[in-house]
Design a protein around this ligand. Sequence first.
Ligand code: SAM
Length: 243
Amino acid sequence: MSKKNRIRIYVETDLKENIKVVCDEKQAHYLLNVMRLKIGDEVYAFDGKNGEFCCRIVSVGKKNCVLRIEQKFCDFFESQDLWLLFAILKKDNTDFVVEKATEIGVKKIVPVVTDYTSNSKPRTERLKTLVTEASEQARRQDLPQVAECITFKELLKMWDKSRKLIYLDESLGSKSAIEQMPKCEPPVAILVGPEGGFSQKELEILRSLDYSYGVSLGKTILRAETAVVAALSLWQALAGNWQ
Ligand code: SAM
């Protein structure tokens, strides 16, 4: 197996060389039945703080398997302090947004209930599973944190003003994303509205904050999930993280 196509799993155990880690039923199913690995085969594991290690399957049980941690493969590196705040979407679109935001490298994902949010709240546990799988696939070293759903009002009440807030506003034709984004160094958050957009009251509040930056992504109205991917990508590129 080339290192490029390496099979990676996230484990909650603190990793170091020469210890053994027991994989749970779901991980064992993935390694043994989906990837068809056997005793002696190589797997890579990361724990979100100590980097990534080359491991070997040393035993297989009915519902688990054991990895021996061999040498360190790469050091831990942390994602930029970029948060995604998004108004809750339909289930499939929420899943898409969570997966893409993880791949693009956000540090925290916050589902938000806004005035025009009509979709039911996603289960945080399910979003955490999506984040883990996307991080494994994307070769991230850390997992983004998934916050519980929060209302727009509560979100601003607990806001740390040192974190800049970029909100996407399709009515702000003159404020170009290219002009606004570079000012927004980390810590920063990008807020995307629901399918019906932000309410007038929410927009007035957002425009009045001294730590907020309204950004337009052009004249066309993007689906919320498209706007998430476009804004995160633009921020990463302009911040110089995509070299
Ligand atoms: N209220 C709009 C309407 O029905 O005309 C549509 C809202 S849009 C589908 C969902 C969200 O994506 C918006 O609240 C905004 O945050 C973001 N968005 C979509 N297109 C955008 C653009 N061109 N510029 C900035 N934000 C955009």
